[in-house]
Write a protein that binds this ligand. Structure first.
Ligand code: NAP
Length: 322
């Protein structure tokens, strides 16, 4: 009997075809009713799951009898109840590295767009407001040579810092739970406490993974430490930031601007953020280029196949019981 794979989100067409050639594949389709109901039903005799962007936990996985692996097409894995997966001895794999540079590109785009008011001035120009030379209301912030504070100097954080250091001659500060000497030294990046980073940075970029300690890491107290000309960028996860505190700070003009790719609740609907000119919003597209999404799907496929063929996948989040 063919092994069964449950696809729980949209998947690269070639990868889907390859899976269909090798395994019995079932696709969860939101148009066909309640997604969790479908998962509960399909996971009973499934050997593997592949996808992204869906909460998987005891609630929808409890019926699984022989599930060996959940192959996430993402690097972040905060959607999965890891304690439950460990208890059930279900592997979780992810797709690190292949999306690092692309996500860093997006972070830097947000930083530059927010600093130079790109979307607001684009609208302003198209609406015919450019009748004489621009005034102070259209002025942005310098980027070259400024101080860039990275919260979470990991793979993506370091790639963002490299753009700042090599491309824009920026002075790099970083804050992590532990020093990252190997990543920091080539960038001359200085490790500092969170408060110090917030006080000294012209640009603050959040690139941590979401975990118990990074949840609500940036709240009102942290926004109050930032400089009035600071630009804040979040490409990590919405829950790392107290969104209301951020909105209040931006509304009051206590920092210059924000560039956001992630939100407390996604998709972002009817938010106060929409009314703020000093906010650049993107719909969680850090890794969303055709090439990178393809690489992520390839890697997720490899993780899944390795597990189903009885080998240890290359990128396990929970390798403890391998
Ligand atoms: P990574 O290499 O694991 O880096 C995460 C870094 O965050 C680590 O260096 C970690 O260092 C640090 N960190 C964790 N908790 C922290 C805390 N409480 N305070 C300070 N630093 C903390 O992961 P990555 O590949 O760079 O990805 C980072 C995250 O970006 C992912 O988990 C995902 O949520 C997000 N992401 C978003 C997009 C998007 O589309 N917007 C795309 C890809 C990834 P310590 O453990 O030493 O603290």
């Amino acid at each position: 009997m063919n092994k069964k794979v449950v696809v729980f989100s949209q998947l690269d067409r070639d990868i889907l075809q390859r899976l269909q050639q090798q395994y019995q594949v079932v696709i969860i389709n939101p148009k066909q009713g309640d997604v969790n109901e479908q998962i509960r039903d399909q996971v009973k005799d499934a050997d593997a799951m592949i996808g992204a962007g869906r909460l998987l936990n005891a609630d929808n996985l409890a019926t699984a009898q022989q599930l060996k692996i959940i192959s996430s097409v993402s690097v972040g894995y905060d959607n999965y109840d890891l304690a439950y997966l460990n208890q059930q001895k279900i592997w979780l794999s992810n797709t690190p590295h292949v999306l690092t540079e692309t996500t860093a590109d997006l972070a830097f785009s947000l930083l530059m767009s927010a600093a130079r008011k790109v979307p607001a001035l684009d609208q302003w120009t198209k609406q015919g407001n450019w009748q004489r030379t621009v005034g102070t209301a259209q002025f942005g912030q310098d980027i070259f040579g400024k101080t860039l504070g990275i919260i979470g100097l990991g793979n993506i954080g370091a790639a963002i810092a490299r753009r700042g250091f090599y491309g824009f001659n920026m002075n790099i500060l970083y804050h992590n739970r532990r020093e990252k000497l190997e990543l920091a030294q080539p960038l001359n990046a200085r490790y500092c406490a969170l408060n110090e980073l917030l006080k000294q940075s012209d640009f603050v970029v959040v690139a941590v993974d979401l975990n118990a300690e990074s949840q609500a890491l940036i709240g009102q107290h942290e926004f109050d430490q930032m400089q009035p000309h600071a630009v804040f960028v979040n490409i990590a996860r919405g829950s790392v930031v107290d969104e209301q505190a951020m909105i209040d700070t931006l509304k009051a003009g206590k920092i210059f601007a924000a560039g956001l790719d992630v939100y407390a609740k996604e998709p972002l609907q009817a938010s106060e953020l929409f009314a703020l000119e000093n906010v650049v919003t993107m719909p969680h597209v850090g890794s969303a280029t055709a090439e990178t999404r393809k690489k992520m799907a390839e890697l997720a496929y490899r993780n899944l196949v390795e597990a189903l063929e009885g080998r240890t996948p290359p990128y396990l989040v929970n390798p403890a019981f391998s």
